[in-house]
Unconditional design. Sequence first.
Length: 524
Amino acid sequence: MDQPESSLPHAAVQKGQTPRHEELVRLIAQSLYSLGYRKAAATLEAESGVPLYPPEHDRLLLDVMSGRWDACAATIDSLTGITERNRAVAEFLVWRGHFLELLGTGDAGLRLATEVLSRRIAPLAIDRRCVHWLARAVVTSEGAVAPEAVAECRIGLFLDLVEALPPWFRVPSGRLEHLVETAVIQQVASCIYHNLPDEVTLFEDHKCHEEQIPSDCRQILCAHKNEVWFVRFSNDGNYLASSSSDCTAIIWKVEEDDTLTKKYCLEGHKSPISFVAWSPNDRMLLTCGNGESLKLWNVDTGECNLKFGAAVKHIIASCAWFPNSEKIVCASSEPESSPNMIFTCDLEGQELEMWAGERIPKVSDLAVTPDGKHLICVCPNEIWIRELRKGREWKIPERQTISSLSLSGDGQSMIVNLNSQEIHLWKTNGSSRVPDKFKGHKQGKFVIRSCFGGSDYHFIASGSEDSQVYIWQRCMEMPIKVLYGHSMTVNCVSWNPARPQMLASASDDRTVRIWLGRKPHSLT
């Protein structure tokens, strides 16, 4: 809202200028001074006739430093655009400064200090506790200003006064830079397709093109011999792992030109591989077959380093890594007569901790936050969160069956796919009472997996039973993009964390598709 002209000092608005013009000149001058361009700033002040500080500012500064207390009070009383409360606070600061200086002169100033307290401070409409504190100071001399500290205390007094006075009285440090940054942030927030953080510029209004969202199928990977159930990029974005009902997993290398080449085919499972999990350091890969033991693979050699079934006597339903890449957490899927179980183990397969019993839910998917503080498990109709260090637990109920879980890269948010054809977004700290909802895809029978992606995790992508890939902007309920190309159910998607314009999708049609967006220089 524009400040009314009457609230500005009478000399601030010159002929041909508006209040907004005067404010802009002062903001630019302050910014130039802060950047070290003092001559340019002084020239701007002289040429525009608009000083960085209004006359009242300089007058009050001189009066404070000279100890002209009545003049200070008169200047404050003459200011426009100040609330009565702030006026009282400013006058209190002035007279308190005078009062404490008088106390510092010993017995000679005691009578004068008492007079200032009763005649100047007590009548002000301020918190009475402030008056009472000063009254006690008459006896204790608490806060008294020694003569050698007067100059320093007066500088502090002036700085306190500036904070209590109207905005036009001073220009806050970095104000212009703050306004520019706020404008950029708001433009980015309103950009539906924002996916390139380095492309923001001050020279034009920010607008990302639709083509920057992965939507162009550049490559179809056909190495699997049956349905592809899972796909996941490594944390550094240099590799992609896919797993299939053909009982194999494949590690793909992401080349510099955004094409993918086959690196290793991981063989050894006798059952379909339902998911894979990259270690945080990307040196190892876990694969889990249906009702089969967990396997740990060396990414550099493609060799199986450990078969967890030899040490862990449970059928593992899902697992996740801790951030140090030295420990994993697993959920067991035992026969109906056995209790549900969640346990951690090291890379030798030795159990470290275990949670079991009736209170432990049957887990279908789980994750550990990147800071290692929380374990998140999804059960048929609820999300179960455990704060690992303190043992605190809480649950988030869902009315429909949950099929999968995915965390944002920063660990602040999570999404769950429901068989009701909705995706719900929750905060991992449990602060959200109502989830953000995303609709449009098809899911009723199968496990469909979604993911966060893009610049600062602005987007959500999901597979679908109608053979399409759906992409949402996090602030919008309906999709902004639908990707066509697969001929059967799309089971899983993964967004490259290092290349925000690359997305992979895995389908029952036995293929993995690589979707790319266009970079700005290629836009027409």
